[in-house]
Design a protein around this ligand. Structure first.
Ligand code: UDP
Length: 287
């Protein structure tokens, strides 16, 4: 599938922006100290509201080094407990937020309630609005060609001053990945949104962010399909009560049953173990 590209207008970039060496050789310190995060089955989740999260990301963007955030639901936390590479990427992230309501429920069960659920798609849309206001350019990577193009069209209408430095679909080979990294670097994008599903997007960000020149990257799962209108999000009321998963399950039962049935059961087990460990005063991490 061919990738789309938007010519980068050099003048679109913020005045005085300099080429920054964002090599990851010296890993930046994690933003979230244990004081502002809640550890859910071994993964520290930021205890921030959506507004606070945007403010923290703003702080990260102001820094010269590359940063990335991730969002987690029950399935991703379970996956991270079975996949050391994913777990390390989440531990190294500057910020991890609760994408799924089950993560917020787990924090309550553990007696350390998170303030709010901060989903990938909500954060994505907030950061796009923020980028328009602040004159930051964005690169969109992921989803099918028609989907990512649809996002570009939608954002061009909705945020007329938004600087879209470039875009590319999420279907490429390992060898094409290298030239993609180079196009992102040449686009001089400030923010990178990667919508390739998990764990592919987390792997891609962690391996490549240091070479893309972006200041901040976020994995946003299926968000491009929602913004482009190719996939519908659950009604607001279902999102509010934490039943978005049921909506997705009913729409795609064959693909989702394993994720939700097995994933959610394992998640409950992990949380139960952590809870029992706490009440026994056991401080060892859950594996
Ligand atoms: N996708 C992609 N490249 C791939 C496989 C998937 O860009 O090789 C895209 C896919 O088109 C979809 C998104 O990744 O837009 C995955 O969505 P999903 O709903 O699985 O993400 P989740 O948020 O549940 O992780």
């Amino acid at each position: 599938m061919s990738g789309g590209g938007v010519e980068v207008a050099e003048e679109q970039r913020g005045a005085g922006a300099e080429e920054i060496d964002r090599s990851l050789s010296s890993a930046p310190p994690r933003l979230c100290s244990s004081a502002s995060s809640v550890t859910i089955a071994g993964i520290p989740v930021a205890n921030l509201t959506e507004n606070e999260t945007v403010a923290e990301i703003d702080r990260l963007i102001a820094d010269q080094r590359p940063h990335y955030a991730a969002v987690v639901n029950a399935g991703k936390i379970v996956a991270a407990n079975q996949d050391e590479r994913l777990k390390q990427i989440l531990l190294d992230a500057d910020l991890v937020t609760a994408d799924g309501m089950s993560v917020v429920w787990a924090s309550r069960v553990l007696g350390q309630p998170l303030k709010q659920r901060v989903t990938g798609i909500d954060l994505f849309e907030r950061l796009i609005a923020h980028a328009e206001q602040r004159g930051l350019s964005v690169y969109l990577l992921g989803a099918r060609e028609e989907s990512v193009r649809g996002v570009v069209e939608q954002f061009t209408k909705q945020y007329p001053s938004l600087q879209i430095a470039g875009y590319h679909n999420g279907y490429f080979t390992d060898s094409e990945s290298q030239s993609l990294v180079e196009s992102i670097r040449l686009s001089r994008a400030d923010l990178l949104f990667v919508a390739m599903g998990s764990p592919a997007q987390e792997y891609w960000i962690a391996s490549n962010i240091g070479h893309t020149g972006v200041r901040f990257a976020l994995g946003v799962g299926g968000s491009f399909d929602h913004v482009s209108g190719l996939a519908r999000r659950a009604p607001r009321w279902m999102q509010r009560i934490g039943f978005e998963w049921l909506y997705r399950f009913l729409r795609e039962p064959r693909r989702m049953w394993r994720r939700y049935l097995i994933g959610n059961s394992l998640f409950i087990l992990l949380i139960a173990r952590q809870r029992i460990g706490h009440s026994r005063g056991d401080t060892t991490a859950i594996r």
